[in-house]
Design a protein around this ligand. Sequence first.
Ligand SMILES: [Fe+2]
Length: 363
Amino acid sequence: MDASTPLPSSARQSAAPETLMVRPLLLKPQYMNGLSERLLVSHYVNNYGGALRRLNAIRTRLAAVDWARAPVFEINGLKREELIAAGSVILHEIYFDSLGGHGNDPPTGREQPATELAQALERDFGSVAAWRTEFTAMAKALAGGSGWAILAWSERLGRLVNQWAPDHAHALAGATPVLALDMYEHAYHIDFGAKAAAYVDQAMANLNWPRIGARYRLAVGENVEENELFLPYGSPAQEEARISAEELKSALARDDDRRPFLLDLCLPHDLARRTDMLAGAVMHAPAALPQWVEALPRDRPIAAYCICGFQVSGTAVTELRRRGYDARALAGGITAWHAIGGATVPMDTSTYEAAIPAQAAGA
Ligand SMILES: [Fe+2]
C-alpha cells in the first residue's frame, strides 16, 4: 500500500495494541522481613494489577481514537490517564523487583550494595550511609500524602539522584530509576496503619541489592549477564517451559484440542494460603507426582501453576517435560493470574492426595 493511501477505518479499528504483560513477583511474599504476605499480595494484585489492567484498557481505547477528529478533552483525558497508569506500572515493577531475599531465605536487613553501586553512592552522596539517610528522610517526608521515593541515574547530571515524586507521573527528565519506594498508603496501611516511617525502615530492611545493582549497571549502559536475577526463583530457565498469564488466558479461550489442561500444584502446608483456583483445574500435591502423572493427557498442552510460579510448579514442569509432556509453568502463578483480572472459582481439593509419602511431602 502506498504510504499516502489512508488506512481503511476497518484496518485501524482492528489493529489491537499489544497488551503489556504482567510482571511476575520476584520476591517471596511469605518469606519477607516484617512485611506481610497479605500486604504484599494485596498491593501487587490490586494496585499494580489494577494499574496494568487500566493501562491496557486505555491503550485499547487509544488505538480506536480518530486523531484528526477527536475532541481535545478526549485526547487530553486519555493521554493523561495513559501517562499516570504507565508510570504506576513501571514504578511498581521496580518497587517489587527491589524487594526480596534469595530463594527461600528472607531478607536479613544486613545486606549492602555490591561494590560498583556502593562506590557510586559514595561518590554521589559521600557514603552509602549518607545516601540512605537522605533517601529515607525523603520517603518519610511523603508520609500522610502519597508518591514515590526514587533513586535514579541521570546521564545529564552524571550522578545518582534521590528523586522526590508526589505521584506516578512525576519523573526527572531523562533519568532512569534503579530503586523505587512506594509511599502510597496502600503500600503499608495493612501492616503499619498510619506509621509510614516504620514502613520505610522495614522496607529498607528488605532491599534486594543484587537486583538494584543490576538495574544500576543497566542504567549506566553496562551489560548485565545475570538474567536469572530477574526470573522467579525456581521457575524453568527455558522460555518454552513458561507461559504468561495473558498467553494462558488466550489459550483457554480455545475450544479445540490445543486448549491447555490445567494442573494446580500446591504444597500441603500452603493449602491454607489458598482460597480459589482456575476453573477446570485439577489440584495435586507435587510430591505425589508418581501417583497422578499417568492421568495427565499426552496429546494436549499442560499449564501447571502454583501460588507465585516459583519452584513448586517449576520443578514439576521440568519433571513433566523430562517425561515427554508438553508442560509449561504459569509465570507468576495464580497471583499473576489474579493481577490480570483472570477469573477463578472456589478451591476444590477433592483431587488432592490425602496420603503423601512422608519423605516426599517435605521436599
Ligand atoms: Fe503501590
